[in-house]
Design a protein around this ligand. Sequence first.
Ligand code: CP
Ligand code: NVA
Length: 301
Amino acid sequence: MKHLLKLLDLSKEEITELLDLADKLKFENKHGIEHHLLKGKTLGMIFQKSSTRTRVSFETGMVQLGGYPLFLSSNDLQIGRGEPVQDTARVLSRYLDGIMIRTFAQQEVEDLAEYGSIPIINGLTDFCHPCQVLADLQTIREHKGSFDGLKMCYIGDGNNMANSLIVGGLKVGMQVAVACPKGYEPDEQVLAFAKEQGGFTLTEDPKQAAQDADVLFTDVWASMGQEGEAEKRRAVFEGIYQINDELLAAAHPDAMVQHCLPAHRGEEITAEVFEAHAQEIFDEAENRLHAQKAVLVKLLG
Ligand code: CP
Ligand code: NVA
């Protein structure tokens, strides 16, 4: 494993190895055991979109590993003024030990990896959010013990989260059911993978997807960059694509609820469901730190 560009590139074994390492680093962190595995290493973090969790967890993770995180806002980089990513990749490869990037086009992340000579980590694109889903898988395994026999469902927009959850969930052996409105389906490449893999269902009906589910996911109706479509999307999703008590009643009685955050209460999830499952949701947010430290150690160590 040279980069983390998308979960489609990883094998089940590579994902499991990352989750095992994440658990170990979490345990050590909780017990005050220092692990300066990246002493003297520098991670550049390019952000073309806003972030709370990704920025803070990567920054803190690098510090905990004895390395140095460098926050690079695209507003301040020449990339924001049109310097090609191919050149940025080759320049930054001369200074840094790794790059984490959050941007719009997946191609930009792939180009960084192709033209640069250091590990590239995808911190969210319009296509996928692999770091988030590694943390999600860590959280599910922590709460459920294993992935064996579990059904995961995703209710909402077929966006970056849906794409990564489908791939990650199927790769570790869960059943995956997705409910999204017509015209808002997950990416074609992901659907092709899911079809080939088996254990996947796609429907427009949230109740059908949630039936007997052990883990329920949702995400915002309009992602970063889609602000202009927010009203149009609201009209499509409102009143249907929401995790609420009624939907939860269709799921397994011990079902977990997960949300990558930020959440919009009253939209994709009710305030009641969110608060009832806050422990799991904030465990999930915490695990961004541990899962990403595993990725950093694996790629930069
Ligand atoms: N879930 C997530 O990636 O959060 P941020 O946008 O705050 O980084
Ligand atoms: N789908 C959301 C996820 C945010 C972490 C977005 O892209 O804005």
